[in-house]
Design a protein around this ligand. Sequence first.
Ligand code: PEP
Ligand code: MG
Length: 889
Amino acid sequence: MVRYVYDFSEGSRDQAGLLGGKGANLAEMTRLGLPVPPGFTLSTEACRAYLATGTEPEGLAAEVSAHLARVEEETGRRLGQADDPLLVSVRSGARFSMPGMMETILDIGLHDDSVRGLAQASGSERFAWDSYRRLVQMFGSTVMGVDGALFEAELTRLKDERGAPDDVRLDAADLAGLVRTYQELIRRETGEEFPQEPAEQLRRAVRAVFDSWNGERARLYRRREHIPDDLGTAVTVQRMVFGNLGADSGSGVAFTRDPATGRPGLYGDYLPNAQGEDVVAGIRNTVSLADLAGLDPGSHGRLREYMETLERHYRDLCDIEFTIERGKLWMLQTRVGKRTAEAAFAIADELAEEGLITPDEGLARVGGEGLSRLMFPRFDASAAGDPLARGLPASPGAAVGAAVFDSAEAVRRAADGERVVLVRQETTPDDLPGMVAAQAVLTSRGGKTSHAAVVARGMGKVCVCGAEGLLVDTGARRLTTRDGTVLEEGAVLSVDGSAGAVYAGPVPLVDSAVMRYLETGHRDGAASELVGAVARALERADRVRRMEVRANADTPEDAARARGFGAQGIGLCRTEHMFLGERRQLVEDMILARDDAGRERALEALLPLQRRDFAGILEAMDGLPVTIRLLDPPLHEFLPDRTALIARGAAAEARGERPDAHDAELLDAVNRMHEENPMLGLRGVRLGLVVPGLVAMQVRAVAQAVVERVRAGGAPRAEIMVPLVGDVTELRLVRDVVDRVLAEVSEASGVPVECPVGTMIELPRAALTAGRIAEEAEFFSFGTNDLTQTAWGFSRDDVEAAFFSVYLDKGVFPASPFETLDREGVGRLVSIAVEEGRAARPGLKIGVCGEHGGDPDSVHFFHRAGLDYVSCSPFRVPVARLEAGRAAV
Ligand code: PEP
Ligand code: MG
């Protein structure tokens, strides 16, 4: 027969799935011999059975009675007996902590008779009536469905009548009267009596806790935290102990270490003469545990001892809830405690050092998300007020500066030494100088793979994008919030790229010692312990990881920085990023050239510039692979703005003038090249096949740069990568050109130039025909940004800000697929391509260079899928190193 109920003495902490986190840990403490008030747990199986049918499963009631009888025997009292009654608490406890999301009912067993028994046994009328009125209120709202505000209103009315500022001033008679008022309220609202039968109270309370699993609050929380909906909650039933029986009683919470810093030592709060709920609610000021040592040295000493036992036993930071009832210490709950990123690194390091956990366990307990939080300056949380607006946390860190509305103004003010925040509706390649000059970038449109986000992340610049609550008026140089606040150019903004929030005015900053270490290798200074812990975790990760970590970088400076952060090469050099600024004109000339001669002139002008770029990057990454991707611009980014040309023509016409001849010619060309959907248009390999001489020019520049570096005594390792390939023939055609040009340069220079040629896999068709493509490709690199875009049919520039919040709320996916790889769909394409690519070409080198390469969750997927490396923006390299290590242990 299925069994649904377990005594605390029967379970262990490994049974969180069955007994919930709370039930399993209560069982563990009981087994350890710590003073836990007796009780039992109804399993998650009971909850699931109940939720499936709407009725308690058969046998549950009998099991509960049998377990209750044991508690009654142990305590020598019966539930709700008229004199000195046993009272119990009924609490939820799911496998994963869902703080405050489900119901709790205390003081079950009180009724019109037993309240008098409790008064006598406790020696306090007031305490007994206060407990009873809490039960009627909690039971009335939670179990019987009466609006909680009605109870609150009655309480307030009574306090007003008595002129009492808080309920502590109400006496026993007041509270007894309030119980009658509450009972009347329940009768009026539900047509039912408050149940006087303890067994009925218990049964209904358990049902209410089961039901609360599907309450709106709980469902929303689970969706946010990615907790499955079908787990159900366990319910613990436990003898009540009271911290509100006088000065020798109280309740508290405690941690075995400081959860903010990880430093060892008891840490917590205690509230004399109070119940646990009062501590959490913060209605009165708590005292420290050191003060408890003065108030009740015996209990304090025992608490220390128990907590030491717990930390040794759990081999981790534990937090507990405890109650002292007339000098007797009771342990009510424990769990492995939540902690800040700083504390996570410090604790894992120290416990590994002590030998309490293995180095691999230590590595598993820290994470890339925490590391990235420690890498950037933070706002002093206590000093930030309400944000002006929220958007997507696109690039982490915190920055303060004056709002500017265009790139030129950003550059001008920055040159004068001013710190600025570049505010745009969205950014384009033209905004690059302004982005470089600014401390932070803020956009009102665009998702996490929008131009602003990708470029800011690459530069390690703070960025919040898609802040839809802001109306950005570039012309008038001001922004307006939803509530009508207007900020003019120059107003100071504080941008939190880790949280996706923007504040008006300056918020104080706290600098990052971890970043200083990553950039300079210095481990000393104020935060040397933390820095040491981070350094040791990264060293461990480097020792155990299988995957290499490369960086996406387009300049020698970025390449050098990435190398400093531990990058083992460049996995993606986006050459279109080298065509910005003044060179844009040359690209425009090349694309719009009317004849071969014009195009060749443009290409010839570009060649030496590209050669210099490549030589610089190869030098910064000397001895390590540098994957150079052939040009892949969505065409519109390099053409004059069509709308502006049309507007200029119309304005001239309105003035009765003829449109400028050059403008008219340009417009003609732009119209010819115009695409409704440029991201799916003449991009990538397509452009290389359509514009004669383009591929040859880029490959020549690479090859000549290699020759230059070899002659300078270097060890250049350039690789050439072809973007947006969908069919092997495209790759073959490009390869012909590549091979020819490499041979030409080798011959002309006398230096043999060998560059592996590979392809990006960023279209479903490429993934599905990977076996064919591998015949021509010496390596694959997954472009998961485009692969996600094309597999889902989601425009990567638009959808995140447009409707992803709705999709996330409705649970279509737990996280944006542009951020965390969609394993089921896009991941399957990756797996197919890995398998079929390697079947066709054993040992095929495979990496990923989409944004997912630096996303912690996705890194674990790539490890399992058998990739050789991940490549990500320089600032995510340490995160990827850490996660690649964690994936391997
Ligand atoms: C990709 O598509 O994942 C990729 C790396 O290329 P880009 O972001 O430059 O399109
Ligand atoms: Mg791409």
